[in-house]
Each structure stands twice: as structure tokens, then as C-alpha cells.
Design a protein around this ligand. Sequence first.
Ligand SMILES: C[S@@+](CC[C@H](N)C(=O)[O-])C[C@H]1O[C@@H](n2cnc3c(N)ncnc32)[C@H](O)[C@@H]1O
Length: 292
Amino acid sequence: MFSLNMTKQTIKGIKAQIIHSLTDLYERQEAESIANRIIEDVLKTDSFGTTETTVIDADQKTLLEDYLYKLLNSEPVQYVTGYAYFRDLKLKVNPHVLIPRSETEFLVEEVLNHYKNSEDTLFGIDIGTGSGCIPISLETESNKMIMEAVDNSESAIKLARENTVLYKTKTKLLVDDVLNPDYTKYRIDKYDFMISNPPYVLESDKAQMHENVLNYEPSEALYVSDNHALLFYDAIVHFADKKLKNGGWLFLEIHESKGQELYQLLEKWNYEPIKIIRDLNNKDRFVKAMKK
Ligand SMILES: C[S@@+](CC[C@H](N)C(=O)[O-])C[C@H]1O[C@@H](n2cnc3c(N)ncnc32)[C@H](O)[C@@H]1O
């Protein structure tokens, strides 16, 4: 168990100790941001500048030490504190769901931009919703989107439901296996758009990944075998064949090495136009395509 030195019990002193202990695992800037985050959580405050000289009490010290113990075991700070930020949202997360990533915030942005001039009500579905970050963002940021969201994990859907309650969205959540869907469960006959950040990380990518992802995030949310890298994209295209309107759009997050293969898959299924979009690191990361 990590013990904080109480002779430096002001927030300033405690923060310095936390940052110092985290720099074995994290870059200095990230260690600082994690330290800020756990202190914010323990003090239940957002206003750091004014709390630097605050003295912490024994309960807060114990809680911080508990957090630090978990962090030093490589547990991601989002699981330690129980929440993650995504666009304007502060969402509950737990180890049954993926921690929402910043790339996925861009995917949501892409959908919002795509429909910004549309006057119509739009029915969308998010496939593999996890924490519910995608549909909750779309419904809170656009008053014309009505979302349904599916995941095969009951625990994920339970947590996504808590997040919809937190943000008072009407997202319909359902448990189903997109690899073998039960079409009777879906309330909309034909959707205007489908969005998904499906499992796409290759088993062979694991060698380069950080321990906190490998040991803590749910593997069924992340990985596919190298031999079936497009497993979920195949399933989504089959699903869309039945449930996406002609003229409806797919918005998908993809593996950086699979842009061309996905282009070919979508071309084969008669999608046009098909646009591969790059991320901030100039890697293929998203595809949007219209079903003709
Ligand atoms: C990469 S995570 C994305 C989670 C969330 N949409 C996000 O962007 O943070 C993929 C999600 O797909 C779900 N999933 C995996 N296999 C599935 C299946 N066969 N049917 C439905 N959902 C599945 C996982 O449980 C996980 O929540």
C-alpha cells in the first residue's frame, strides 16, 4: 500500500508526491493530469487554483492512497474514479465497458456535421455501444436524432442505461449479438444511419499495447483475430442490407491498416460514395459511405 507523507498534507504537497510516484509509469504531463483528476474527485471540486493550500483530512488521505495503489498497478484512472469524459459528457464507466476514446469523439463530430443542414428527424443506431457514449452525445447535441443502441454485453447495456438516465436521453438500448442478430428486437424498420466503433484491434497489435489496456479493458470490446479482421464490418454490412434505408449512411471507426479492404467491401455491397477519413495522426481511421 502506498503511503502519503502527511507532513505535506496540503493539496500542493500531496499533489507533488502523487506526481512523483506516477512518473515511473506515465509521462510527466499525464502524471500531472491524473493527479489533478484524483484530487478533484476526492475533494469533489473542479477549482484547483483555489484549493492548493487546502488541507486534506484522514478519510481523503485514505481514499487517495487507495486510488494511488490501483493506479500504480496500471489500472486506468477512469476505472479508478468510475467516470470518463467524452465530448461534453462525464460518463460512468466500469471494467465491463471500453473507456471512450478521443478518436470516437471525431466520429460523432462527423455525423453531426454530415446532418447539420438536415431538417428531418433522423433515426440512427449505434452498434456495440459500450458506455453509450455515441448515442448519448448525438442525442444531447442534436435534437433531431433519435437513437437506438445495441451491445451483446448485458453489463455494458446496464451501464449505458445508467448513463442515459444521467443525461435524460431517450436512447433505446438493447442486448443482441450483431454477429447473429435477432431483427425482431429492433424498433425501427429502416434506419437513416448506422454508426459503430466495433472491435477492430488485431491480436498482433497487443505486443505494442500498454499494460493498462491489456490487463483492464474488456478484451471482447477490443480485439479480433488477424485472420478475421473485418468480422464486425462484414456483420454490419449484412445488418445494413436489411435495416439501413437506401440513401442511408454508415459511419464507422476502423483500423488504420484496413481502409482499402473496407473500401473494397463497401464497393462490393454497392455503397457510393465511400470516403475514408484520416485522424489527427494522418492515419486512416473512419469510413463513411452511402447505401445506394
Ligand atoms: C470498441 S468497443 C466500443 C464501445 C463504445 N461504442 C465506444 O466507442 O467507446 C466495441 C463494443 O462492441 C461490443 N460487442 C462486441 N461483440 C459484439 C457482438 N457480437 N454484438 C454486439 N456488440 C458487440 C462490445 O461489448 C463493446 O462494447
